[in-house]
Design a protein around this ligand. Structure first.
Ligand SMILES: *Cc1c(COP(=O)(O)O)cnc(C)c1O
Length: 399
């Protein structure tokens, strides 16, 4: 795959047949403005040097690549982690939130608006808003507000306004609709900041570009440590932003196998998993075309995962294209494998991973059995502090 970033996406935001923009005309006008601004401002020397300085001094980048000695001995292959859990605020999400907020500042916007499910995107965006002195409004379903209490408190401490959404199922989908409505009330002074490589153009491209730092750092760090490139790179896939970030640096290295891990949840029955790539069919969700878990009428199916950051019925358009081109292998890990990996990494390495990231660790452990001579670089997208009470209450502590 050569010349990749020069040819993908197209001007209209298509990755193969996926992506694009399927939204009302009024919203399209605003998206076009953001696209134009992104292409002019984000390529300027001033923008790039400010973002670089933020990454170094505020976020604490570069995050390290770490060799898991004890886990590798037990699993069989050589397992390395890109430590996005050490990125400020505890996950990779701040990488694109700081980029989006910096763009907002250059555009003279006063307010950042977004939805959040588990609250991770809300916390990252509230962090970025505090840094830049911007207002922040996070729309969140009432069900999620009850479930994710600590993140709601974090957002409020950071100065964000949390807007409860009380219609429909009161979860992520309704929160997205509510955030879009709020944005359309005043698109001059506000900007909508999406939480993954999803939504209408330019978001899948823009979020991917802001996450590319993960892959660029990791490729260089891995080479410096080992004198070669990894045989395999593994990342969990919800919407697909952390995976897009780390894969991006290896797409043109044909000898590196790429693995995106979806949540297989409790079973492969509808409502028990969120394997959008594996079981989805082509459709439109939230203004873009991708593989969607949907019924015959095109209504998104209910999804489930033990990791609330992964339970999305769609998946980023670039991933859909990379799947079709067979450049990335999309696989999955069950809740049980994920919980086992969560404890394994905690106890063998002293690193408590996020449940989302534990899916990638679980698959790395699983593939180790057949790849004893190979190296595996896992994107550890976040830390697990947010998950500890849930895990211990629901699964207990192992011996
Ligand atoms: C939100 C989240 C994810 C899933 O989002 P992607 O866009 O698929 O990366 C993964 N890991 C962590 C820690 C998250 O907070």
């Amino acid at each position: 795959m050569s010349n990749y970033f020069k040819t993908v996406p197209t001007k209209e935001g298509f990755f193969g047949e996926y992506g694009g923009s399927f939204i009302p005309p009024q919203l399209q006008e605003e998206m076009d403005k953001i696209t134009d601004a992104y292409f002019s401002i984000s390529k300027s020397h001033e923008f790039i040097s400010e973002l670089r300085s933020i990454r170094k001094h505020f976020q604490g980048r570069p995050t390290p690549v770490y060799f898991c000695k004890r886990l590798s001995e037990k699993a069989g292959s050589r397992i390395y982690l890109k430590r996005e859990d050490l990125n400020h605020s505890g996950a990779h999400k701040l990488n694109h939130c700081m980029g989006e907020a910096l763009l907002a500042k250059y555009l003279g916007k006063k307010k950042l608006i977004a939805e959040t499910g588990a609250g991770q995107h809300g916390v990252a965006l509230a962090t970025a808003a505090a840094y830049f002195g911007l207002e922040c409004e996070i729309h969140m379903g009432e069900v999620d507000i009850k479930k994710e209490h600590p993140n709601v408190v974090r957002m409020k401490i950071l100065g964000a306004k949390v807007v409860p959404v009380s219609h429909g199922l009161k979860t992520l989908k309704e929160a997205v609709d509510s955030a879009f409505e709020a944005y359309l009330v005043d698109p001059i002074n506000s900007i909508y900041c999406i939480g993954s490589v999803v939504g209408p153009h330019p978001f899948p491209m823009m979020v991917r570009d802001f996450q590319r730092v993960v892959g660029i750092e990791a490729r260089e760090q891995f080479y410096e440590m080992t004198g070669e490139l990894p045989d395999n790179v593994v990342a969990c896939v919800g919407g697909g932003s952390n995976a897009a970030g780390i894969f991006s640096a290896f797409l043109e290295d044909d000898e590196v196998s790429l693995w995106g891990v979806e949540p297989a949840g409790r079973s492969y029955q509808i409502g028990d998993h969120a394997c959008s790539m594996k079981f989805g069919t082509t459709g439109i969700i939230h203004g873009f075309k991708c593989k969607v878990l949907q019924d015959e009428k095109g209504e998104p199916s209910p999804v489930y995962s033990v990791a609330s950051g992964l339970d999305y019925p769609g998946v980023g358009p670039e991933h859909c294209m990379l799947n079709e081109k067979k450049r990335v292998n999309y696989v999955d890990a069950t809740d049980k494998e994920t919980i086992d990996a969560f404890y394994e990494l905690s106890r063998l390495e002293g690193i408590i991973p996020a449940l989302e990231s534990s899916h990638a660790v679980a698959y790395a452990i699983k593939m180790s059995k057949e790849k004893k001579r190979e190296s595996i670089l896992v994107n550890l997208s976040g830390r697990g502090d947010k998950d500890i009470d849930f895990i211990v209450d629901n699964y207990g502590l192992p011996e």
